[in-house]
Write a protein that binds this ligand. Structure first.
Ligand SMILES: Cc1ncc(COP(=O)(O)O)c(C=O)c1O
Length: 404
């Protein structure tokens, strides 16, 4: 059978074309099925002992926890999208985050983190890292002077989300990367809310980018996976070793699902971002809404930074949050009244979903940290889908009538 090649080095194509091909030509694919097959095998037959030696030397497929074509195809696509050197696919976003911490941080290191951050990343830092002798400190990364002032001689890593969960606080990646590098530290960036369709942190100076693939990049709310992409292969090797030893490698089936989802990521995420901007602006006009967190809303405290980071405020993120009066019964009634958006403690799916940070993503975050993060009992997070935006706006405005 003729070997079909997927090569793009002799002509320039756009990202929304190449996203459909990147990863399809991984090693082992000497036949070319139109859809990438699932390699649900725990090991590969390697031949005789000379072949076995060669397979390990050549980093061929051997055992499922070490290498697998589905993870590799997905990894290659993500490497292309994030413009890195290589990618590792993990069992989940948290698997990617914690494995990277364990690979790169050592007792005595200082870890500097944005105070606006996903609740379980916060929990992992506050409850796990300290057990391994790493001191963690949280400062607002929107205050660059505070970031500079918090640097210590032993600062090893700075950590932030591009747009924080759930308040969309933005981080000036370029400036924070400069601070990190002057201190000889790495900058690790969580791109889950924004995705490489909207921003590529590695091109702005970040050293490691993590994506929860469970979210927008898969897009169909039916798989759990995560990834890290890096530019420096030394970092890659260190993280890959710990991934192998901790067993946080992504499952081939989940990788196959995410790879299938990623082909439509450009289409979906652009519509989700556009819809989120429209819904955010409409909610900002509703008299029952105290404020809306989204970079398209001019009252966003970093509205100008949003313009610098993204092609436009309509191409920033499909995530928003907004504050209603802090009345749990009324908020429950609001949730019941919605026709389209349903409550689901996840994000990035094709249907709009809601989550209440105090009972989900930030459930274990102490009261004083919640205050710093601007998360109150009135705050609702919205992951915006691909529905007709006028329908979404009408549905939210109708449900907000519970506060009339
Ligand atoms: C910003 C962010 N990072 C990481 C994660 C963790 O991802 P996963 O649920 O795939 O472990 C989440 C999950 O909600 C998230 O919102």
């Amino acid at each position: 059978m003729k070997k079909i090649e997927f090569k793009f080095d002799d002509m320039e194509f756009h990202e929304d074309t190449r996203i459909l091909f990147e990863g399809k030509g991984v090693a082992g694919m000497d036949i070319a099925p139109e859809a990438f097959p699932l390699f649900m095998t725990s090991a590969f037959n390697l031949g005789n002992l000379h072949d076995v030696e060669k397979a390990y030397e050549n980093k061929d497929y051997t055992y499922i926890r070490t290498r697998n074509p589905n993870r590799k195809a997905l990894a290659d696509n993500l490497t292309y999208l994030e413009q890195g050197e290589d990618t590792l696919v993990f069992s989940s976003g948290m698997g990617a985050i914690t494995t990277t911490y364990f690979a790169l941080l050592q007792p005595g290191d200082h870890f500097l983190c944005n105070e606006n951050i996903y609740g379980e990343t916060f929990d992992a830092i506050t409850s796990l890292l300290k057990n391994y002798g790493v001191t963690a400190e949280f400062v607002p990364f929107d205050n660059l002077e505070a970031v500079k002032a918090a640097i210590k001689p032993n600062t090893k890593m700075l950590y932030t989300e591009v747009a924080s969960n759930p308040t969309d606080r933005l981080c000036d990646i370029e400036e924070v990367a400069k601070i990190a590098h002057e201190a000889g530290a790495w900058l690790m960036v969580d791109n889950t809310f924004t995705t490489p369709i909207c921003i590529k942190p590695l091109t702005l100076g970040a050293d490691i980018v993590i994506n929860s693939l469970t979210k927008f990049l898969n897009g169909h709310a039916d798989a759990l996976a995560g990834s890290i992409t890096v530019k420096d292969m030394d970092l890659f090797e260190k993280i890959q070793t710990v991934r192998m030893l901790t067993g946080t490698s992504g499952c081939p089936f989940a990788s196959w699902m995410v790879y299938r989802g990623i082909f439509t990521a450009d289409l979906r995420i652009r519509k989700q971002c556009e819809n989120a901007a429209k819904l955010a602006l409409a909610l900002a006009e509703n008299p029952h809404v105290n404020f809306v967190n989204h970079p398209a809303v001019s009252t966003h405290p970093q509205y100008e930074l949003g313009k610098k980071l993204f092609r436009s405020p309509e191409e920033a993120t499909g995530m928003l949050s907004f504050e209603m009066p802090n009345d749990r019964d009324k908020i429950s009634e609001f949730v019941d009244r919605l026709h389209i958006a349903k409550y689901a403690p996840t994000l990035g799916g094709i249907r709009t979903s809601l989550s209440y940070p105090l009972l989900s993503s930030h459930m274990h975050v102490p009261e004083e940290d919640l205050k710093k993060m601007n998360i109150s009992g009135g705050l609702m997070r919205v992951s915006v889908g691909i529905e007709n935006p006028d329908d979404l706006i009408a549905d939210f405005n109708n449900a907000l009538k519970v506060f009339d």
